[in-house]
Write a protein that binds this ligand. Sequence first.
Ligand SMILES: [Zn+2]
Length: 383
Amino acid sequence: MIKRFLLLALVLIAFLIFTPPFIQAKGEISLLDSATEVNFPDALIFKLKVSSSTDITKTRLHYQVDRMNYATVTSEAWPKFTPAPMVETQWVWDMRKASLPPGAAIKYWWTVEDKAKNILITPEKTVCFADFNHPWQSLTSEQLTLFWYEGNNSFAQELMAACQQGLEKLAIDTGAHLEKPAKIYIYASTKELQEAMIFPKEWTGGVAYTEFGIIAIGIPPEQLEWGKRTVAHELAHLVVHQLTFSPYANLPTWLDEGLAMHAEGEADPYMQAWLRKAIEEDKLISVRSLSSPFSAKPEEAYISYAQSQSLVEYLIQNYGQDKIFKLLKLFKQGCTYDEALIEVYGFDAGGLDARWRASITNQNQAFWQKVLTEILASPVGVC
Ligand SMILES: [Zn+2]
């Protein structure tokens, strides 16, 4: 009896081991394959292979992009196929319609239905929309991961150190911290960065995809000093946008750019010279105008960035960390520019303008003269 039982058990085990996976149990849908193909930066392809004892009639892809959102957004797609007991289909996400940055993470799953109304919901998977066109290396420190492919380890370490110094400066002077992990992709040149974008703008040297926690910058290893400023600058945009993320947030451009310039470290002499030139030629721009996006004309753009940095530093030096942090929080709540300034500092944009102009024109003339002599030295880029 025991022998017969053992024999039966062995037969059953053998049956289970050697049963081909595609044999269909009645009344069920089997998932044979669920995969993705990344064609960076043009497309992301979701592939599905399923079978059933009867015709499969519906397949639906569900996906969620990992980005800051006010509510969880699940998108859906219905790939085309001919109903059959075994179906192999795919859906191509064309990035010309939804440009994703390198390294964006997408969670997805499928719902499949057959003629007998059986339903299969596949397990969730996550795909990284990675740029496989370069041999990336990575370096992680706390919440930051830096990816690069050209330049040695010390190149990456110096960029990472600049990021950490920028974060520290921002935390000390404004109270703002990185709230979520961030990824920084360092391309070897602006050209290679632009090749990673579907619709690059001509001037693009660095981009902060703040809602994704992703930054992409083109930094040739021989331009390390410029690169250190740029990573700190873009990272500051990420921190400020994380802190003020809300459906109501409305940051004045001078504050956003001024904080990013401040995080770069010591004021750049070239930018300082532009500021002095604007003062001497009476070309300073009003704080109200600087609240809107900056002019694309180089001269006005340089003055706008330099002035924004100076405005932010004026507020930090004269009124401290607590107030600028409170100002950011009020902008998050949707306060208007004047409302927020009046509540925190007791003056509006016009009042800030007047106070700041008085302070800047009183500064040491000799210091400014020295700065001005450097104005036509090598130009620097801004973001
Ligand atoms: Zn910027």
